[in-house]
Design a protein around this ligand. Structure first.
Ligand code: PLP
Length: 400
């Protein structure tokens, strides 16, 4: 007799998490992991932010029993998320027309939003950027949608093919769900300008499309407010839209799975009904969220001192990445790489789309132990003064 599992096929390795496994097994003493999107500090260590430590110390002073949270999470957390993402005094927040739920990281927010959309708009198509974070396609397909792309990256221009992007949105049928990176586009690092956002917003509105903003890197581009300005543009346009928030990177709380989903509705009454449906989605997925990470973030965001400390620490991460972009450009030039490398400093957030081919990325891995994604994406947030020379020389070598 055949066992239930005898015909189960081996799934392909996750392209990024799979790289991590390969990296861990590599005996090369010089190896550098530029694959996964994780920020490490000047010494290559994953930081534990001081504001997080302080919040935990505060929470430990009056330890609480761990009952179930409400399905939508800690109320103070959801409120803090709304304040951060939309502005505490914005009419959309004060009038109660935004439904916000605590999520399991940004991924959880995206997944709950996708499942909810499938219930209310089952025949919609989803468009993601070409390229996008790999999980966008997988998540929306897993929710039952057919997923297509809109043009985004322009290799020749080292930027965004904005005209093609806009044309694709203009050609989309009403109700199409459009996944947009609010800032620090992953994987390319190229964002569109505020003026271009206005054009996108006008198109989304005119074509009756459903915007789903993914905000996983607020504060890693220009600053918390600057990166959040796009949300204000959407609010000003009077659109209904979705926002998935992740605090994995901005609080260095990857493993705590802290995120949220917010749905901006036209009225408080609508938001109440939307929230009730989202809670059903959550209930049948994982019932209710975990306590610890969201408690930390709520504590930090609602204390003026800790919040100021967080803003400073986040600025420190942002500035270090920027400094590494400049250093990488200098070192590449010194290693003999010709041509204009300024695109590296123009890119925003944790990643650089290097333009290297899959074969070159493979050589980087096997000959030098420098692990980036086959698409050419490297994580600048994992470069530091100890490894930048080696990284630059290795890249220069595979470019010869
Ligand atoms: N969205 C984008 C664009 C990301 O890059 C990531 C993380 O890599 C996420 C969402 C998910 O973040 P989280 O780890 O909080 O689920």
């Amino acid at each position: 007799t055949q066992s239930l599992f005898s015909r189960v096929e081996m799934a392909p390795r996750d392209p990024i998490l799979g790289l991590n496994e390969q990296f861990a097994a590599d005996p090369n003493p010089n190896k550098v992991n530029l694959g996964i999107g994780v920020y490490t500090d000047a010494d290559g260590k994953l930081p534990l932010l001081a504001c997080v430590k302080a919040a935990e110390a505060q929470l430990m002073q009056a330890p609480k029993p761990r009952g179930y949270l409400p399905i939508d999470g800690i109320a103070a957390y959801d409120k803090a998320v709304q304040g951060l993402v939309f502005g505490a005094n914005h009419e959309a927040v004060t009038s109660g027309r935004i439904a916000t739920v605590q999520g399991l990281g940004g991924t959880g927010g995206l997944k709950v939003g996708a499942d909810f959309l499938k219930r209310i708009n089952p025949d919609a198509r989803v468009l993601i950027s070409d390229p996008s974070w790999e999980n966008h396609r997988a998540l929306f397909e897993a929710a039952g949608f057919s997923v297509g792309t809109y043009p985004y990256y322009d290799a020749a221009q080292q930027g965004v093919n904005f005209d093609a992007m806009l044309a694709a949105l203009n050609a989309a049928s009403a109700g199409t769900i459009v996944v947009l990176h609010a800032c620090c586009h992953n994987p390319t690092g190229y964002d569109i300008s505020p003026a271009q956002w206005n054009q996108v917003i006008a198109t989304l509105k005119a074509r009756d499309l459903v915007p789903f903003l993914d905000m996983a890197y607020q504060g890693f581009g220009e600053g918390i407010a600057e990166d959040g300005a796009v949300i204000q543009q959407f609010l000003a346009a009077g659109l209904d839209f979705f926002v998935a928030t992740s605090f994995s990177k901005s609080f260095s709380l990857y493993g705590e799975r802290v995120g949220a989903l917010s749905v901006v509705c036209a009225t408080k009454d609508e938001a109440g009904r939307v929230l009730s449906q989202i809670k059903r989605v959550i209930r049948s997925n994982y019932s209710n969220p975990p306590t610890h990470g969201a408690q930390i973030v709520a504590t930090v965001l609602s204390s003026p001192e800790l919040r100021a400390q967080w803003e400073q620490e986040l600025a420190g991460m942002r500035e270090r990445i920027r400094a590494m972009r400049s250093t990488l450009v200098e070192k590449l030039a010194a290693a003999g790489v010709k041509g204009d490398l300024s695109y590296i400093t123009r890119q925003k957030g944790m990643f650089s789309y290097s333009g290297l081919s899959a074969a070159q990325m493979e050589r980087l891995r096997t000959e030098f132990g420098v692990y980036g994604v086959s698409t050419g994406r490297i994580c600048v947030a994992a470069i530091n003064l100890h490894n930048v020379d080696y990284v630059a020389k290795s890249i220069a070598a595979v470019m010869q």
